[in-house]
Design a protein around this ligand. Structure first.
Ligand code: FES
Ligand SMILES: [Fe+2]
Length: 404
């Protein structure tokens, strides 16, 4: 496996040293921020347009729509869309709106079809977006059909994921967006042939950044999850790499504790850590010893105080594990239930209350610590996207300089 930066075992040993010394990787400074970043409709509008309307974010793993005609519908921050597998194996994303009078074209959350057929006057569209039928066309008139195909959003499949920019006029280049380091890291994981075995979305009355922040946070574990996650993972210990736009950090699991006193020598410690990757703008990819978890956080299309979190479990296909299908299913179902329990019982209530607090008129400013490295990257980079594009009013296509 090609290594990016220091070899993984070396980075794990750095985390082990931090654990021994009660230290962690840190930034040089604390960062201040304002509660209105999570409540102000004007800020939310800028984020939708200048972040989600410009840069790629993940909407699914390819294994969720394996066959031609497999589709799902989704509310993005700026468009309600259909994502559909094409006959040539590619994936396209369309605005989910009939070009006749604007009926919602597809109501199902997911399914498989040969064409999309509008419930209002039964116009139909091919899965590649082309308008196929105008009903009673002898009386309708003769609009140029090539002008009435479904509106397409830039979409790319890379590293097994489906990425979309939420603006029809934008361009997409996922490799350029990821940059050489994160692109190589994701390539080394070979996520394409893996399987999304569980996935679920949660609509929460919480700003998307509050949600995203909680899943880049290694500082809260012992305090918010004392009887669950904290039993397995250490708090506030990170070996961190900043790649500018994206970042990653290794956090030791409790199973590493036998090596606190003893020198592990050449012994691999890969099974004793969780590695977290932050993919700007809105995803956390967790590499566990035997599987991956993907968490994505999407702003609500109008309300700054709402968002949708999606969680996916991405695992090796059953053939590669030596498990029977039943055991394989049981293993991931159990894993999934543990994650759901922690989310629903511990993270979500805390984050909902945080959002309620943020609307306080006299909230005062707040602060990120030097130790909150990934949160600092998330804030620094989202601020950069907002500032950079604010300097270029009226542009609808991202300039390459802005996304390199
Ligand atoms: S709105 Fe779709 S066919 Fe009329
Ligand atoms: Fe948490």
């Amino acid at each position: 496996m090609t290594e990016v930066g220091a070899p993984r075992e070396e980075r794990i040993r750095r985390a082990l040293t931090h654990l021994r010394n009660d230290t962690t990787d840190e930034f040089g400074d604390i960062t201040w921020f304002a509660p209105r970043e999570f409540t102000d409709p004007a800020v939310a509008q800028q984020e939708r347009d200048l972040i989600f309307g410009r840069v790629p974010s993940i909407v699914a793993h390819g294994s969720e729509i394996p066959r031609a005609g497999d589709f799902f519908t989704l509310q993005l921050p700026r468009n309600t869309v259909i994502v559909v597998r094409q006959r040539d194996g590619g994936v396209k994303t369309f605005v989910n709106l009939c070009r006749h009078r604007g009926a919602l074209l597809e109501k199902e959350e997911r399914g498989r079809c040969r064409l999309f057929s509008c419930p209002y006057h039964r116009w139909s569209y091919d899965i590649d977006g082309e308008l196929r039928t105008i009903t009673r066309d002898n009386t309708f008139g003769e609009p140029d059909r090539s002008m009435l195909g479904l509106i397409e959003l830039p979409t790319e499949v890379r590293h097994g994921f489906v990425w979309v920019v939420d603006d029809a006029a934008a361009e997409i280049d996922v490799a350029a967006w990821l940059g050489p380091e994160m692109d190589a890291i994701l390539a080394s994981y070979d996520l394409g042939p893996k399987v999304c075995v569980q996935s679920e979305g949660f609509d929460e009355p919480v700003n998307w950044k509050i949600m995203q922040d909680a899943f880049l946070d290694g500082y809260h574990i012992q305090y918010a999850h004392p009887n669950t996650a904290a039993k397995h993972i250490h708090t506030n210990v990170m070996a961190f790499d900043d790649f500018g736009r994206h970042c990653r950090f290794i956090a030791p699991r409790k199973s590493i504790d036998r090596w606190i006193e003893e020198d592990p020598g050449e012994h691999s410690l890969a099974g004793d850590v969780t590695e977290t990757h932050f993919l700007l703008p809105n995803s956390t990819l967790l590499r566990q010893p035997d599987h991956f978890q993907l968490l994505t956080f999407r702003p609500h299309p109008t309300d700054p105080q709402r968002s949708r979190m999606e969680m996916r479990l991405i695992v090796p296909p059953v053939e590669q594990t030596g498990l029977t299908e039943e055991k394989w299913n049981r293993l991931w179902a159990k894993n999934w239930q543990i994650l759901l329990d922690v989310l629903h019982a511990e993270d979500f209530p805390l984050l909902r209350d945080s959002q309620r607090g943020m609307v306080s008129a006299s909230a005062g400013r707040m602060v990120l610590g030097r130790n909150e490295v990934a949160n600092q990257v998330f804030r620094r980079e989202t601020q950069k996207l907002l500032a950079h594009h604010r300097g270029h009013p009226g542009t609808t296509v991202p300039d390459q300089e802005g996304i390199q």
